[in-house]
Design a protein around this ligand. Sequence first.
Ligand SMILES: [Ca+2]
Length: 351
Amino acid sequence: MNAKKRYLPVAVLAAALVVFGGCEKVEKVSTEVKSAIFPADKNAKQAVILDTDICDDIDDTWALAMLLQSPEFDVKLITTEVGDTTARTKVVAKILQTVGRTDIPIGTGVAIGDMKTGHRQDGWVKDFDLSKYPGKIYPDGVQAMIDTIMNSPEPITLIAIGPLPNVAAALEREPNIAKKVRFVGMQGSIRRGYGEKSKPEKEYNIVSFIKASQTVFTAQWDMTITPLDTCGMVSLDGDDYKKFLDCNSPITNAVIENYRVWAKSGNINEAQAGSRSSTLFDTVAIYLAMRHDLLETENLGIRVTDDGRTRIDGNAKKISCAMKWKNLDAFEKLLVERLTSPVGPADANGR
Ligand SMILES: [Ca+2]
């Protein structure tokens, strides 16, 4: 079946945005947003797993919010990874409970690496009792990832927005997952570095677990990534940010509360949270899991070197890499529209 046939016409989407438009009335829909593909019914939803190092940089929290607010997705599992994964699970659990999505299972991933740093949102959950959480939490997140993939009647999109020890462990334990997964990730730096530097550099998600990255980047699955070349350019300010800030919904409030706690714990001026976001790298992986028309992608052989770089190598596995923005502004507007819209997958669950 042609996938495009399963989606609502653009005019219906535009009408839906007018009728159900977010915290505030949606006044305009950009040309690019109009071209969005939205599932016509819940049967067309894409089954996804999110693997996240939430609590390190704050962008994972924004990405999780975007995921929850995107009706294209049927979120089957969220796994936490790196460091104190139980602490990260606690933050995911509180967010899901806050927005009424405890139907989504959580898997606590491999506790590996530094257990103390990179946990900048602990203050947000200091009074949250995980033992009273009503949803399902799998203590072995890697096995939960494997079981979710292997038991799924449909292919799964695995969205990985951090280092890759969970994904590598899952591949090593059950290599057959590669046959059922499309991988979408925020990893690497190919022609540009942090802060739009003109040279690539060692990107955190890759360099912090190099062998795991090599395992994932050579697995026999379809791969799409947003390296720093594109994801490093995303941030919100001005009217876009104001719309998000003024929304006052459970999901936007959860993001902004976490942003303030995160800023404070990292000695960043908390007032920044009142005027602009930090760089929202991981949101681009969520976008790439559903569409890529606002980006230019290149099919490149990518090799993860032993010192943690992502080099173009014609002999390496071909990966679809988002290398340039066609319209970054349209993406940022789409991001805000998603975050501030009440139309999310929760509606399909009868809320
Ligand atoms: Ca991340």
